[in-house]
Design a protein around this ligand. Sequence first.
Ligand code: DGP
Length: 134
Amino acid sequence: MFSCIFCRVVSGELPSYKLYEDDRVIAFLDIFPAVKGHILVVPKTHAENMFASDPEDIKATMKVVLDLAPKLEKALGADGINITINKGEAAGQSVFHTHVHILPRFKDDGKSLWGPMDSKPDLAELYEELKQNL
Ligand code: DGP
């Protein structure tokens, strides 16, 4: 995994502003922050995305997220927090090594996430389709 950016951060080959580390997980500042205090929590073992990761790595990663997020919110005096995982290019994933974003949110940060769809699907129809397939 020599070309994986986050593997290179994990190994120390690439520098990072590391905020947390244990034997399974590392957390550091996002180099292209969407908001002030945007951090990434990353399992050290390489996997392309969260579904490919060892569930124990996901468990350890989410434990760190749950610990760091409220601390970060408090430290920065944020008004809220988004915790996001982008899986797949269509969802905005650009680094194909499992990671969780923690984004402190401020009332005046001017960011918006999803708005409503332009054209809403038929929910009853969608519900039937999903019930058959989930
Ligand atoms: P995503 O788009 O969900 O795959 O998020 C990848 C994030 O990783 C993106 O917000 C920018 C960040 N990033 C990319 N390269 C580096 C890097 O070399 N160092 C750090 N700290 N963050 C990086």
